[in-house]
Design a protein around this ligand. Structure first.
Ligand code: SF4
Ligand code: SF4
Ligand code: SF4
Length: 272
């Protein structure tokens, strides 16, 4: 059985017990997230294109405290669900994960080092597909590391001067779930002005991603200005791991380090 056939079989089985399963649905009108229910045409269930489904799960869980659903989730989705669960945006007990392991080609395209969903800690989960090895470190970060401080400032100034403040990177990000966003606060970002303040707009987003960013790369793919946003977020992830010993999305049982006291989450600084 192919991967998609296995996924559809799992969804069909889960739909007998659950209120629905979130997945992509492909019709003549296009492909979009959809809540499949018993009796729906599962031939329309699709795995492409990659699109973050964790926010849809969160929306449904928060809207109905009793709803029990499933989700067809790739590695990035599961990592996002881990961070959302820690911040009470989803309820693991009411979620069945049908994890899909991305292929090596897909992992290389996304520059994803962890393309297989990690499902062991989830109460209800199954994995479809064969885990691939994953991509190596982001080559753009290696280039960036070679730059002087002045070159780095020029790099970001050049990149962020292309930004049209469309909010696409914030809107697609599965771990940007604040009801009130600092990027819409006129104290920091003036309304009605094209182009965001440098470097405030992107620094606020980056700081808020510390301990949260799960390296799904969706922001970079969504950016119409082709700004290499994952350089910024990979650097942030590297610092968080080095300073706090924390890898976002990795461990469902480990509290978010920036929400804990030092006694609860002792710093494991590796001074470089
Ligand atoms: S890679 Fe981008 S979209 Fe994905 S979690 Fe990090 S900041 Fe958000
Ligand atoms: S940019 Fe910051 S405030 Fe806005 S949604 Fe993301 S995390 Fe929340
Ligand atoms: S998606 Fe790109 S252009 Fe749009 S706000 Fe984000 S960085 Fe700027």
């Amino acid at each position: 059985m192919s991967v998609i056939e296995q996924v559809r079989a799992h969804v069909k089985e889960r739909l007998q017990q659950l209120d629905g399963v979130v997945a992509l649905r492909q019709t003549v009108e296009g492909t979009a997230p959809f809540l499949f229910r018993e009796g729906d045409n599962l031939d329309q269930l699709a795995l492409e294109p990659q699109y973050p489904l964790a926010p849809v799960v969160s929306l449904l869980h928060k809207r109905d405290p009793a709803v029990r659903i499933g989700v067809v989730a790739r590695g990035g989705d599961v990592r996002a669900l881990v961070e959302m669960a820690k911040r009470e945006q989803v309820d693991p007990e009411r979620l069945h994960i049908i994890g899909v392991a991305c292929t090596d080609d897909e992992a290389q395209d996304c520059r994803c080092s962890d393309p297989a969903p990690s499902i062991d800690a989830w109460p209800h989960a199954v994995l479809v597909g064969t885990p691939a090895q994953g991509a190596g470190p982001n080559p753009l970060v290696a280039e960036y590391d070679k730059m002087s401080l002045e070159e780095r400032r020029e790099f970001w100034e050049r990149q962020f001067s292309k930004c049209i403040k469309c909010y696409g990177c914030r809107n697609i990000c599965p771990v940007c779930f604040c009801e009130s966003c600092a990027l819409e606060d006129p104290l920091w970002v003036e309304k009605g002005v094209l182009g965001p303040p440098f470097p405030m707009f992107h620094l606020i987003k980056a700081m808020h991603m510390a301990g949260r960013c799960v390296a799904c790369r969706q922001c970079e793919l969504a950016c119409p200005a082709h700004i290499p946003l994952t350089v910024l977020y990979d650097l942030m992830r590297r610092d968080v791991e080095a300073l706090l010993g924390y890898v976002p999305g990795e461990d469902l049982g480990m509290g978010p380090p920036l929400s804990l006291t030092l006694e609860e989450a002792p710093l494991r600084a590796k001074v470089r």
